[in-house]
Every structure is written in C-alpha cells, then in structure tokens.
Design a protein around this ligand. Structure first.
Ligand SMILES: [Zn+2]
Length: 294
C-alpha cells in the first residue's frame, strides 16, 4: 500500500530506518540523535514547462535520489547545513489521474539531519512547515512527444489532440543532483529543474547551445509555416487555415520551405494584379494626406 507511506514515516524512526541512515554516517547514530522529515520531490503530472515524468521515470529517480543531499537556500539560516535523503518511495493517489491515464503518483523522499547546536534552527524551521517545498534537479536522456513518441516533431505542447493535451515525456533519468529548499511555497511543478544532458558541465553547455539552436529552428519553422498558410489562403481560400496548419505539421523544414516557395509561385500566377495593390494603397494614402493639408 503506497498510500500510508508518509503516515508510517511520521510515526518515527524504526530500527530499519536507522539502518538506512547509518549507511551514510561515519558512526552509528541512535534515533534520538537525528531529525527525519519527508518531502515531495516531484510527481507524474504535466508541469508548467509542459513536461512530465511518467511513473517509469519516477521509479528510476527513486533510486537516483537515494543518498543525495538537500541544501538550504542562501537567505536561510545555516546555509551550510545539508540533509541527506535516506529513503524514497512512490506514493499513489488512487482516484486521481495524471496525464496519460496514469494514477497520480508522487516521488517522495525522507531525509535526516543530525541533531546538533548548528542544526537546531533548521530543524525548527522544517518542523514549523516553513520549508516544505524543495526544488530538485536531475538529468534525463530523452524527452519525447506524448502524441507521437518522437524527440523532434511539430506537435505543440499544450495543444489538444484526441482530447489530450500534448506534452513532453521525460524518459530515462540518468542522474539526480542535490535538491534545495524553497522558503516560499512555489507554484505547482515549479520545484523541478530538469537537465537533458547525460552528465558533466561540458555536455550541459552543449545542450544549452543545442537548445538555443532549436529555439531558432522553431522560430524559422514558424515563419515557414506562416508563409505556407498565407499563400495557401490566397491559392485555395476554401481550405480552412486549421486544416492546412495540421497538414504541414509533420513536414520537415526542407519540405516546408519547398511548399512555401511553390505556393508563393502559384499565388503570383493566380493573382497577377497583386503586386499593384501596394502602390495603389500608397496613392490612396497620399490623397488622404493631401486632403488633410489645407
Ligand atoms: Zn509529436
């Protein structure tokens, strides 16, 4: 039963819990020497980036977050203090659905802090519920479209398709990094920072460069699509814009570009008078201006 995990955790530290904690300590601690608390790391719902971890990915993250530290933000007391995650679990919320037909599932973690003079304040803050939210970061190997399963496609996150909003699935987590406390409870899903590089700073930079390139690529794609739609409206006005828009979605950039040029040519043939429209309009404006120059 996944439901009662956190309730069980609240009951205090068992011998089995202490065994888990003592895997990370230099000497064996007794239950009175440590403070343990639980937190939600992430869940399988679509976050505000239009992405989500399917349960399969949460399972993997569950292993990756074991032993990772939770640090406290700069503005908070005892910024050099860190708690360590010693247990993780998946908590299901029966009756509540996440996207993709999955039951709402949270990745929860349990962390400990040694009870010392230095951690008193921190423990009090956590105990008071002031530090409830954590921001986590991890790396995933693949990010695919929920509609077609491709890494690169024309589906736009947030757009409806067969009654489901298109989103991106974060697959094959490769690493989990330390998590940090957020003093002010943030919006839903705000706590998850995702990286898409496998590991290391070099790859991270490479990813950022790729992201930037992809952004320009998306912009270029939009402009190409707009061109096709504009000329298509002139050449075949009876065809609804939306139909055309979904028809070009799966095309490659090259195909889109070709299509844009073809439609442009067709439009020029079909409407030979069109180039004259501009000067005509200019003349009208001139006349209007004259009318105002009394
Ligand atoms: Zn897609």
């Amino acid at each position: 039963m996944a439901e009662g995990i956190r309730e069980a955790w609240e009951q205090g530290l068992t011998a089995a819990d202490m065994e888990k904690i003592n895997r990370y300590t230099r000497r064996a601690f007794g239950p009175e020497e440590v403070f343990a608390f639980s937190m939600v790391l992430c869940d399988n719902r679509v976050d505000r980036d239009g992405e989500r971890f399917p349960v399969e990915s949460l399972q993997k993250l569950r292993e990756l977050f074991l032993g990772k530290t939770c640090i406290f933000g700069h503005q908070q007391v005892g910024a050099n203090q860190a708690a360590r995650i010693f247990d993780t679990a998946l908590e299901e919320e029966p009756g509540q659905e996440a996207e993709g037909g999955e039951t709402l599932t949270r990745l929860i973690a349990r962390a400990y802090l040694p009870r010392t003079k230095g951690t008193e304040e921190m423990i009090a803050l956590i105990d008071s519920g002031m530090l409830k939210e954590v921001s986590v970061s991890c790396a995933v190997a693949r990010r695919v479209c929920s509609a077609c399963g491709q890494e690169q496609c024309g589906h736009v996150p947030g757009e409806g398709l067969n009654g489901q909003a298109v989103h991106r699935l974060l697959l094959e987590p490769t690493d989990a990094y330390e998590c940090s406390f957020v003093a002010v409870p943030a919006q839903k899903g705000a706590g998850v920072v995702k990286r898409y590089a496998r590991q290391g700073e070099g790859l991270k930079k490479a990813w950022q460069a790729l992201e930037q390139e992809a952004q320009w690529g998306r912009k270029y794609r939009e402009s190409l699509t707009e061109k096709v739609l504009k000329y298509s409206a002139l050449v075949q006005p009876e065809l609804p814009r939306e139909v055309m828009k979904s028809a070009v979605r799966g095309l490659s950039m090259e195909e889109l570009d070709m299509m844009g040029r073809t439609y442009e040519k067709l439009a020029q043939k079909a409407l030979p008078l069109r180039p004259q429209l501009a000067p005509e309009r200019a003349r009208v404006r001139e006349d209007e201006n004259k009318a105002f120059q009394i």
